[in-house]
Design a protein around this ligand. Structure first.
Ligand SMILES: N[C@@H](CCC(=O)N[C@@H](CS)C(=O)NCC(=O)O)C(=O)O
Length: 212
């Protein structure tokens, strides 16, 4: 089939969900074949997978010519650019810059920070996978995630989505953060009322229901 893509992932994990949501939003879920990499069992650390992604994380996208794209944001750029209007990553230079700016802040400040807390300040994926842990740093990352939620609350008190009045990749990244936070039972503070309502709205979105 034309443009058939292989997605190496571990279903149910937050970063793979980001790519699934992007595919569902663009209506091209059926153009992807999903290949499971058992991350808790350390399959992503084996030489066959490292040859595809030396960063040892899922997901990756592999095209029919063998080229590989890693990093959810890059994979989403590809999917968004390949099919239809660039609704997720933006059309004009200004729109693209604004979406990119917010996405990056949410990724570094929330999703990656929650992930770092999990990997460093909890048993994470267990001793076979967690080769280095720094608890103090993990705890600091949790504080960073809470500050980012406050910042998001300030945005969401006057607009429906993080990068404006429509759903973009910044919201997909935020949902990955909510998934991760839910997984480790880290609550969204009661004070972040706009974030709490937004997380619920996202959770009911058809693409997210289909993908996560
Ligand atoms: N920045 C990466 C993050 C990918 C990532 O951290 N994936 C997790 C699964 S949700 C993973 O593979 N973790 C394996 C590990 O930490 O050993 C992306 O955007 O794709």
């Amino acid at each position: 089939m034309e443009n058939m893509m292989k997605i190496y992932e571990f279903k149910g994990f937050p970063n793979p969900a980001r790519v699934r949501i992007a595919l569902a939003e663009k209506g091209v879920f059926d153009k992807a074949e999903f290949i499971q990499v058992d991350v808790p069992a350390g399959e992503h650390l084996k030489p066959e997978y490292l040859a595809k992604n030396p960063s040892a994380v899922v997901p990756i996208l592999e095209l029919e010519d063998g080229s590989v794209i890693s990093e959810c944001i890059a994979i989403t750029e590809y999917i968004d650019g390949m099919w239809g209007d660039q609704t997720l990553t933006g059309r004009s230079a200004m729109e693209r810059a604004q979406i990119s700016m917010i996405q990056r802040k949410v990724e570094a400040g929330f999703l990656d920070a929650v992930a770092a807390f999990f990997h460093h300040a909890t048993p994470g994926l267990g001793p076979d996978v967690e080769s280095y842990q720094n608890e103090d740093w993990g705890i600091k990352q949790r504080e960073k995630a809470l500050l980012t939620l406050q910042w998001m609350d300030g945005i969401l008190c006057h607009q429906e989505y993080l990068a404006g009045d429509r759903f973009t990749v910044a919201d997909i990244t935020a949902f990955g953060g909510f998934m991760f936070a839910g997984f480790i039972e880290m609550d969204i503070p009661d004070t972040c009322i706009h974030v709490r309502a937004y997380a619920e709205r996202l959770g009911n979105r058809p693409s997210i229901l289909l993908a996560s």
